[in-house]
Design a binder for this molecule. Structure first.
Ligand code: MF3
Ligand code: CO
Ligand code: CO
Length: 256
């Protein structure tokens, strides 16, 4: 069952999502060469707590930290650690989920560390474009498959691999709700989008093949070929006329 949020629930979704996006804005200044992902985790943790919320990943199915930090060939669910210190040329995704007033808000972005190669910058830019074009498919009467279809098309045009094992998801009172939002698909298929639905879109795009493997820690997902992977995520509301990006940051356009 896909839940339809009431106007009161939507107001609470707006608040938790605003805090999740503010956490990314806050952490941005600390993301630089020499910082460890454990330090970034602690800063995000303290910021979220200071704002009266709880970091949803912490203890979620045993996840040990408050945010996911995924460097270079790590696709998603990287665990912050003292040993992972950012180096010039790295890319880092920080995935923040907040739990505020009983609602979750989920967003992530990929940061460039120092001088990143043009090839990898392009991967990051196209991944963001995939998210934005996916979001533009959101409208009442549209189908969830419309989203994956455009993402698959754009990534494929660039010769990139789209990760299929991990998906976007409904979100609200639960961290992960129905529907599953795959990042590949066929236009006109899948569940129908209706006003009041809230879900994430979070494409993971690989420079090489789409294939991944799970490390022995049970969380960290890396590319099978060791090439870099990028991701961006927003929580989206289906409105009467289209969509609203609940985790939009001030540095992003509302539409494009
Ligand atoms: N925030 C991730 C998502 O976008 C989920 C992280 S689950 C965790 O769905 F346990 F790894 F934190
Ligand atoms: Co998510
Ligand atoms: Co997330």
């Amino acid at each position: 069952m896909i839940s339809i949020k009431s106007s009161r629930e939507i107001e609470l979704m707006r608040k938790t999502c605003a805090l999740a996006s503010q956490t990314l804005v806050y952490i941005k200044d600390f993301v630089k060469v020499g910082v460890s992902t454990e330090e970034l985790d602690k800063l995000c943790h303290d910021f979220i707590i200071a704002n009266g919320a709880y970091p949803s990943p912490l203890n979620y199915h045993g996840f040990p930290k408050s945010v996911c930090t995924s460097i270079n060939e790590v696709i998603c669910h990287g665990i912050p650690t003292k040993k992972d210190v950012l180096k010039n040329g790295d890319i880092l995704n920080i995935d923040v989920t907040t739990y505020l007033n009983k609602f979750h808000g989920d967003t992530n972005m990929t940061f460039l560390i120092g001088d990143v190669s043009d090839e990898v910058k392009k991967l990051v830019d196209v991944t963001y474009l995939c998210l934005r074009e996916g979001i533009k498919q959101v409208r009442p009467g549209g189908r969830i498959g419309d989203i994956g279809a455009v993402i698959e098309q754009i990534a494929g045009d660039h010769g990139y691999g789209v990760v299929e094992e991990y998906c976007g998801h409904g979100i609200g009172r639960e961290f992960h709700e129905e529907p599953q939002v795959t990042h590949v698909g066929i236009k006109g298929t899948g569940p129908e989008m209706k006003p009041g639905m809230t879900f994430t879109i979070e494409p993971m795009i690989n420079l090489g093949s789409r294939h991944c493997k799970l490390l022995k820690d049970g969380w960290t997902v890396i590319t099978k070929d060791g090439k870099k992977s990028a991701q961006f995520e927003h929580t989206i509301l289906v409105t009467e006329s289209g969509f609203d990006i609940l985790t939009l940051r001030p540095d992003e356009p509302k539409n494009f």
